[in-house]
Design a protein around this ligand. Sequence first.
Ligand code: ACO
Length: 303
Amino acid sequence: MVDTNDEWIRQRTGIAQRHIASERELTSDLAVKAAENAITNANISVGDIDLIIVATTTPDKTFPSCATIVQNKLVCKNAFAFDVQAACSGFVYAMTVADSLIKSNEKIKHALVIGAETISRIVNWEDRATCVLFGDGAGAVIMGSTAYNIKTEVPENFIKGIVSTNLHSDGNTDILYTSGGVSSTIDSGKICMNGREMFKHAVDKLASVIEETLEHNHLKISEVDWFIPHQANIRIIESVTKKLDFPIEKVINVVEKHANTSTASIPLALDCGVQELKVKHGNTVMLIAIGAGLTWGSILLRY
Ligand code: ACO
């Protein structure tokens, strides 16, 4: 389709393969598959879910939300459901919202949080600078409420859960955007990006949010077992580890398997880390995201 080659893509991005949804597969279909796996792995049933949040930039329809379509497909009667849109940072935003809702509403015992995209639908397949970067996918987690009050009764050996969250945006909408949308051009538009600028912002913002999160939690880099960044490009990840001087072996890096799946990239990487027996119970894990908007943020958790 465009003048490119495998060597260029591997060297500049670290991407070796990606998945593209078939025409009949919608974002909600990918989301449902990820949700079903998460529900099975968490050893709960659909009826136990009280909240569904889908982070996506490529919902099936303008409305209803992808989350309510997932609710319908899962036949998940007891939950309330909505979408979160923060581009590639969507999953970190969605987990933060779920965490706040769980902590403020004791009725929410289990939240299903999904990152799902058919981003191939909004790729400009004639633009070689962007069309080689993106892939479709979905990942999901179940977040549960703890039996104790996190503010007053944290057990001595705090077992697992979200330790802190940290979100940012700066309203810089000229570097990465779609060429249209419902209100401007009726169709959803195609991805447009200034790759070099995005690269610089990604490195700076991912590094600064790591530093902020460490400082806020009085942690050293060595005390974090795993960093799980948004999987856009191996060179961005390498640059962040060089900037902060920590070994790349502490990073879950699966960009070669999936390419950039936007909101799905962090849950997919987390799942790979768990499946490959790298991320283990008790580990301190930092999720770090960056996306259009610009949006960025982190979640520190004990797995
Ligand atoms: N195949 C072959 N050549 C290409 C391709 C391609 N797919 N794409 C661009 N080129 C060419 C350019 O035309 C240019 O040619 P020229 O020198 O003759 O003009 C040359 O390669 C260098 O182009 P640059 O844009 O300077 O290449 P760069 O080294 O910056 O790499 C890339 C481009 C990979 C997009 C890089 O800028 C990058 O990784 N940016 C980060 C953006 C990113 O990953 N965004 C994802 C979305 S953001 C997010 O998810 C948070």
